[in-house]
Every structure is written in C-alpha cells, then in structure tokens.
Design a binder for this molecule. Sequence first.
Ligand code: FES
Ligand code: FES
Length: 379
Amino acid sequence: MQPISLTVNGEKVQAHAEPRTHLGDFLREDQRLTGTHLGCEHGVCGACTVLIDGAPARSCIAFAVACEGREIRTIEGFGEDAVMGQLRIAFNREHALQCGFCTPGMLIAARDLVLRLPDADEQRVRVEMSGNLCRCTGYRGIVRAILSVLELRRAGNDPAIEVKPAQAVPEFKPFEASAPAVAAAGPAVALAAVQKAAGTVIEDEFTVDHPLAKVWEIFGDMPAVAACLPGAEVSEHTPTSLKGKVSTKFGPMKASFAGAAALERDESAKRGAIKGNGTDSLSGSRARGDISYQLFDAGNGRTRVAVAIDYSLQGPLAQFSRGGLVREFVKKMVADFAANLNARLGAPAGAAPAVAPVMTISAGSVLWSWLKKLFGSNS
Ligand code: FES
Ligand code: FES
C-alpha cells in the first residue's frame, strides 16, 4: 500500500492504495463514491468519467497513486452545479436514460462539452460524446438533451459559474491577426477551412534559422517534410495529394494511421494546408486532421512558421482527444519537427540527418507527466 493525498469533491483525502488500484475502484471502494460506474474498465465506454484537475478523464485507466495532489470531482460533487442541474432536468425530460448506468459519465462529459463549446451543433455534440457509450437508451435523447441545454444558455439562461481557463474554448486567432500585411494578399486557402473547424483546434508556431524562400521551398517537398516528422512516411504523392501513414505511441498505446491527404498552397501568401483522413488498423480508430501553415519573414534570415491543426478522433482512441494530452503531444510533435527541419536545412546537400521512426517522449517532460497520470508507472 502507498500513502496518497488528493482532493475529492473539494475535500482533502489521505488514504492508502495499492499501486495497481485504479482511481475508479479507489473512489467506489475506498471513498464509497459509487456514482462513478465501471463498465469496460479499458478506457473505452466512458462510464467511469470523472474530472481530474478540471478535465474529463477515465478513472478506470488512471491509477489512484498517480493522482497524488490532484483534484478529483465525481458525479456526487455536482449537486450544486448550475449547468449540471440544467443537464439533469434535460436528460429527464428528453428520456436520455433508462438504466442510468452510463449516465454519470455522460453527464460529466456533457457538462464539459457545454462549457467548452457553447456553439456546438448536433454533429459536434455527437462527435464530442462519441467516447461515451450507452447500451440501452440510444443517443437521440442524449443529444437532444445536450442541445436543449446549449440552446437554453445561448438564449441567455446562463447561470453564473466559474469556468476554469483549462475548460474554456481556445480562441482561434487567424494568422492574419499577427501579420496583416502578408495576410491581405491571396485567397484564404487554408485558414478558412480551419476557421470552420469541426474538431479541436491547436495552434503553435516556431522559428527556423533559414530564409523564407528556402523554408517555403521545402514545405512544397512532401517527402522532405515527412522526413522531418517522426513517425511519418509518404508512399505516393503529387503536387496536390499524398498517401502515407503516421505512427504514434502514447505510453503503452500504439497507433499507425494510414490514409490520404489533399494539399493546398498559396504562393503569394506563403501559406498552405494538408487535409487528411486516416484509419488505425489496430484499433479501427479514425482520425481527421487539417494542418494549415503560414510562413513569415522573421528578419535576419529567419522564418516564423505558424501552424493550426484541426483534428478529430473517432473510435477507441477518441478517449485521447480530450484534456491536455493531445495538446501536449502536438506541441512535442511541432517542436521535434522544427528541430529536424532546422537540422535538415542546415545540413550539406545529400546529408540529411536521420529522424526517429516514431516520436519519443523524454522522462520529466510535461507529456511524460500526462502519460504517467494516465498509465501510472507503466508509461
Ligand atoms: S469503465 Fe472506464 S471507460 Fe469504461
Ligand atoms: S441508460 Fe442504460 S446504458 Fe445508458
């Protein structure tokens, strides 16, 4: 047994847990909080969803001892929560439950959706809730209930509640905002697509120690771009399309998404887009990703690259699209890509440095701590 100290529903808890005890069992058996239900215990069904530090997480795949110092909120901790109150009424009215087994996890995921995505439409609600399975009711009533709460809040019935920054919708700022002179030219090839984003949008940027013309040239060479991205391979390509795969590893979880992408480039504005879909043959999960980028002259022979990634995941791996895990993963991927691009552009002709076949995560990084949170000491 290991000592563990954490906060559960606002109260400090000091207890002991076996290293192998997952958070769901700890909450149910040690804390007697049986509102957290356990279905698959594989991180797939969402019945065990709780908030860890304000973000929805599967308590069946988080070890209790890995939650040391964290704030946990279970369904029992939402008694006075105004949004949860609206959702409870709506679930009841819209027949969004029968046996109620999935309902605690559904409600916690739905509340997170309502707070993060106040403008979500039916399609978005369905995508966001795809990580929560209901075995008996079906989803029409659940979707109707969530849409009705979104509608209620858009109409102004928005009870004052505190929304932590981590739960807020990340504001998408088009690249134009930081570089109006460049953005004024040319059609909005990539950014318009991202602005109509259907998934989660992550923005990042990096600087390359080489002039804009040289960087723009390599962005038009897809095999060279793929060679800078750990885990990426291009099997076929034309100026407007490519086929290939991207392999990733999250702790003990591996995925290899094979698919195709359409390529767009706007020469005058120095921006472009890669819009792809892929399927992971191991899990059957589907990924969609639109990557848009724009290059800016950063002065002194350097180039700033702004990137926006709009992605969505469906299937068993959809559980990883929530919270900060994917955000940290993408940041790591962009940083690795930037370092490899710099190295490649600086290498003598024909002597491009080797790139790791799959992205590695160093111990002590933010991503490492996320993985440890999810998988405990196994990651
Ligand atoms: S019990 Fe945790 S996801 Fe199914
Ligand atoms: S209400 Fe029975 S599993 Fe969803």
